[in-house]
Design a protein around this ligand. Structure first.
Ligand SMILES: [Zn+2]
Length: 259
């Protein structure tokens, strides 16, 4: 009797619920998942940075720092060739220098020395001077922490001396001429003088050989340090200008090795 009564109550409740008219609270759909339900997946967080962010670059000074070598100290001018050694151009530049019986300073890049140690040996064998031009031509090197500057310069000199043991590297030249007092100081601590220039015909921007020649002739003064390139791109115009540039400088000023 009792069971039949309960069944009747249940039927009434179910009918009422299906009719949508005032169902019990339990019968309505829950508006939020029960606490035991798994939480919806969250957006995947970005991976945690394991390398600390690089320190900000120090600003470039408004003018060139003190302590740069910018002239030869005599009336004669000096030739400098940057960004090699390069197998396409350096041998030909060396041939031109040999033919003109002059020596130059080669500002070499560490990664190029690693690839072409034989060219570095030829540069030294033929009496030219070496200049450290950073490991990988880092235009911002002088703006980095001092420890990074030092590591770069030391690594480059080590590569130079792997090719030529006991090589003298009396100069450092900052890529792009973007000097800071800090890089000058580190170079000095490593027994290198910081070598800038006085004549820049911008041969890297690939003007014609005639333009390179004209620019050098126009701005060369006694004691000038002339910047040219034997690497870092197609140097056919520089090469084509070499013979006339060198003979003109020899005639007007004399060409000497930096001391
Ligand atoms: Zn350079």
């Amino acid at each position: 009797m009792r069971h039949r009564f309960l069944l009747a109550v249940l039927v009434v409740l179910l009918v009422a619920g299906c009719g949508g008219g005032g169902g019990t609270p339990e019968a309505t759909a829950p508006s939020s998942p029960p606490p035991s339900a798994p939480l919806p997946p969250e957006a995947t967080p970005s991976p945690t940075r394991t390398v600390p962010p690089k320190p900000a670059l120090r600003p470039l000074p408004a003018k060139l720092p003190a302590g740069l070598v910018r002239t030869t100290g005599t009336k004669k001018v000096a030739l400098t060739f940057d960004d090699g050694p390069d197998p396409a151009w350096t041998p030909k530049v060396l041939d031109r220098l040999k033919a003109a019986k002059v020596t130059a300073t080669f500002c070499v890049v560490g990664t190029q020395v690693r690839k072409h140690p034989g060219l570095l040996r030829r540069i030294v064998r033929e009496g030219h001077q070496l200049c450290n031009h950073s490991w990988n031509h880092d235009l911002d090197l002088a703006r980095r922490p001092v420890s990074e500057i030092r590591a770069d310069l030391v690594r480059t000199n080590r590569e130079i001396r792997r090719a030529v043991p006991d090589a003298k590297v009396p100069f450092y030249r900052q890529p792009g001429g973007r000097w800071t007092a800090e890089v000058v100081k580190v170079a000095k601590q490593l027994d290198m003088r910081s070598l800038h220039w006085t004549v820049d015909p911008q041969d890297w921007a690939k003007p014609t050989a005639a333009t390179i020649e004209k620019r050098v002739k126009r701005s060369a003064r006694p004691g000038a340090v002339v910047l040219l390139h034997d690497g870092g791109g197609n140097r056919s115009a520089t090469l084509a200008a070499c013979a006339k540039v060198i003979s003109g400088l020899k005639r007007d000023h004399g060409v000497a090795r930096l001391t």
